[in-house]
Structures are given as structure tokens and as C-alpha cells.
Design a protein around this ligand. Structure first.
Ligand code: PBG
Length: 398
């Protein structure tokens, strides 16, 4: 800053520099110029449209100045491209890493299947049978993924108003968790979706009160029962995805009361009511009519995510998650900046479907787009990313 309390105006510099330096000194828009003179000194970017007589290269200096005029030193054109020149340089300076261990694979296990079943809106993703679940889990773990997040798809006739099968040890999700714990439990982190929506006949994430609204506190009791069954089945982490107030605290207390102090909670801290969940609803054969706007967050809100984060931390979350990922990278950055626990992001079904569909049409490069989306989510602050490409990306990365 100058003694005048301001930087030199472009027009002042424009007048001064040619007079001082003649035609030897060039400067370009975007280059940095140090300016000195009777008012002190300062540094400024040459503005766009500034007369450009370019001598690009070595820093040029000019200090032949009159008593009351300016001294200008051109510091040379900044050349960030130097560090992009070779693959080795780029690797050396890369700020963000993407490693298999940072990827978590969401998986679906469906009741009553002998063979895995394709999901139309998520080409490449399957509803697994118990057998194919085990095989896919081994493949994922062998590829090096950091963990598996399991969702259960019950038979339609097994759904009811309170989602009974969610807490039944013989419900499909708990059977699937036991299979995963048995098959890969020693070498990966087994995670369970702790939410009722797959198991309720109305498709909501909680139980309903008489007026049809989702009853927060009655739902918490069901979540605790579900959590205990999942911990019993061998889940290391419980993914509280229902967006009920107090769910993390209720589940933490419920686990601790029976001595399950080692079972952790991966809290969906900021989960938005998103149109990008569409394909997932097919994946789990959701019965939902209507929407989840009375419990999932409004996409318009940013500050609210921090409130949710703070509550989940206070209630005992071990890991916090932001979901969806790509339309919420600002939220992810906010959460990552303030969280005292590891941060996850969920690259959801609609994000998977968009890239897959565009790639199928030849409109984008599939592998490039997948890896770029994942590095972007990591760069925004996610320590780990739930992605349906976890196994495939892990193969690419190792
Ligand atoms: C709900 C739940 C949702 C997803 C996972 N669990 C969202 C919803 O149905 O509102 C979405 C996952 C995805 O879209 O990939 N408990």
C-alpha cells in the first residue's frame, strides 16, 4: 500500500512507466509489477487491456526515475506451466491423492435371488444374491477398497409400516452383513445402512404418526433396534442415513448400553433431498411416494449443514458424511474445514448414472470422467468416497 493509502492506479502507471523506461521494458496484462515512488510502494497486476509491449522472459528492471516519479520493476511473467511440463513434474506437485483405500463400495443384497439382478438405471451395478455378494466383496477387497457399505432389498411382501425386517436377525440386510463379516470381515471395514426406508411399505425413512408425518422420536427407537441387530451381525460402522434428529446420540447410547462400544457410527451429517437419488430408488425397489423434504435438507441451505455437523459430532459420530457429493462440493469443503473426525462423501446413484449414460453415448471419456469426479470430491475435502466405481477405480489406481 502506498502512503496515499492506495495502490497506484493503472492510469498512473501507464503514464509513468514508458516515460521512465523507454521502449526497453515491456509488460503484459497479467504480469506483476512492483511500483515505488513518492507515495511508497505496492504490487499490482497489470490490468487487462494494458498496453502490451512484451518482453517476456527474464525479470526486467528500470530505476532511472526522476525525483518525484515512480520506479517500476517488472518481476517477469509468472509461468505456472513450468510445473506441468512432464508427467514426473506433475506427479511431484500433485496436491490431492486418490488411493484404493479411500474408496468405499456401496452394495445391494436382495432377498430371494438365486442370480444377481441388473439395475436398469445403474448399468454395471447389481442387486446381489448372497453368493454373488460374497464374490463381489472379495473382488473389491482384493482390489484394495477401504470398505463396503451394504444396503438390503427385502421381498415386497416383507415390508411393513415399521420396517420390522430391518431389525430381524434374519432380515436380508442382517444376513448380508453376516456374510460380509464372515467372508471379508478380517480385511475390510463392513458398513451397514442404518435406515428404515428399504423395509417400510410406505418407503419413508422412519415410522409414520397417525397424520402420516414421519415421527422422529418413534423412529429413533426403531433405529436403535436396527443398530443392535447390525452390530450383532458384524457391522463395524453403522451408516445413519435417515436424517432424524438425535439419531446418532440415540444409537450411540443404545450400543453402549449393551457393551457395543466398539461399533462406530458413520453419520450422514449433511444429507440433502436430492433428485439425484432417483436410480437408487430403483436399486432398492423403493416404495416411496412423495418425497423426503421434511427430513432431508433443502439444497438451498449451506449453514444448516454445519449445524447438522456439530450436532452429529456432539452426539458421538466417528465419521461424518456429506451426500450427494458433486452438487455439494462447497458443503463438503465447509464440513471438512470444521470437522474433528474423518469426512466421507457419497457419490450417489444419479451421479453414477449421469457419467455412465454420457459415456455410453460416447459423449465423454468414461475413465477420465470417473477419475476426475473422484479427485474433485477428494480435493473438496473428503477423506473417503463412497462410489459405485470403487472396485473398478481401485483396479485402475493400483
Ligand atoms: C435413504 C438412502 C438414500 C440413498 C441411500 N440411502 C436416499 C434416498 O432414498 O432418499 C441414496 C444413495 C444413492 O442415490 O446412491 N436411506
Amino acid at each position: 500500500m502506498s502512503a496515499l493509502g492506495r495502490m497506484a492506479e493503472p492510469a498512473e502507471i501507464a503514464r509513468a512507466i514508458p516515460a521512465l523506461c523507454g521502449d526497453d521494458l515491456g509488460y503484459m496484462a497479467g504480469s506483476t509489477v512492483l511500483v515505488g515512488g513518492p507515495f511508497g510502494g505496492g504490487k499490482m497486476q497489470m490490468p487487462p487491456g494494458f498496453p502490451a509491449r512484451c518482453s517476456i522472459g527474464a525479470p526486467a528492471a528500470c530505476d532511472s526515475h526522476s525525483g518525484r516519479a515512480y520506479r517500476a520493476v517488472m518481476t517477469g511473467l509468472d509461468r505456472p506451466r513450468r510445473l506441468r511440463r512432464t508427467p514426473a513434474l506433475r506427479r511431484l506437485v500433485a496436491e490431492t491423492t486418490l488411493e484404493p483405500r479411500q474408496l468405499v463400495l456401496p452394495m445391494f443384497v436382495a432377498d430371494g435371488l438365486d442370480e444377481p439382478r441388473a439395475i436398469g438405471s445403474m448399468p454395471g451395478v447389481l442387486q446381489h444374491s448372497m453368493d454373488s455378494l460374497r464374490k463381489a466383496a472379495v473382488e473389491a477387497v482384493t482390489a484394495g477398497v477401504g470398505g463396503l457399505m451394504l444396503f438390503g432389498v427385502p421381498r415386497p411382501e416383507d415390508k411393513d409400516a415399521t420396517g420390522s425386517k430391518a431389525s430381524d436377525p434374519d432380515g436380508i440386510l442382517n444376513r448380508g452383513l453376516r456374510a460380509l463379516a464372515d467372508e471379508v470381515g478380517d480385511s475390510t471395514v463392513v458398513m451397514a445402512d442404518t435406515c428404515l426406508d428399504e423395509f417400510t411399505d410406505h418407503g419413508h425413512c422412519g415410522v409414520l404418526s397417525a397424520d402420516g408425518a414421519v415421527d422422529n422420536d418413534a423412529t429413533l427407537h426403531r433405529y436403535v433396534e436396527m443398530a443392535l441387530a447390525q452390530a450383532e451381525a458384524g457391522a463395524d460402522l453403522l451408516g445413519t442415513s435417515g436424517m432424524m434428529d438425535g439419531q446418532v446420540g440415540a444409537i450411540r447410547r443404545g450400543l453402549d448400553a449393551v457393551g457395543r462400544t466398539d461399533t462406530g457410527i458413520l453419520a450422514y451429517a449433511a444429507k440433502y433431498a436430492s433428485a439425484f437419488y432417483g436410480p437408487f430408488r430403483e436399486a432398492v425397489a423403493s416404495s416411496l411416494e412423495g418425497d423426503r423434504r421434511s427430513y432431508q435438507q433443502d439444497p438451498a441451505n449451506r449453514r444448516e449443514a454445519i449445524r447438522e455437523l456439530q450436532l452429529d459430532l456432539a452426539e458421538g459420530a466417528d465419521i461424518v458424511m456429506v451426500k450427494p457429493a458433486m452438487s455439494y462440493l462447497d458443503i463438503l469443503r465447509d464440513v471438512a474445514d470444521q470437522s474433528t473426525v474423518p469426512v466421507a462423501a457419497y457419490q450417489i446413484s444419479g451421479e453414477y448414472a449421469m457419467i455412465t449414460a454420457a459415456a455410453q453415448r460416447g459423449w465423454i471419456d468414461r475413465r477420465g470422467a470417473i477419475l476426475e469426479s473422484l479427485i474433485g470430491i477428494r480435493r473438496a475435502g473428503a477423506d473417503m468416497v463412497l462410489t459405485y466405481w470403487a472396485t473398478e477405480a481401485a483396479h485402475w489406481l493400483s
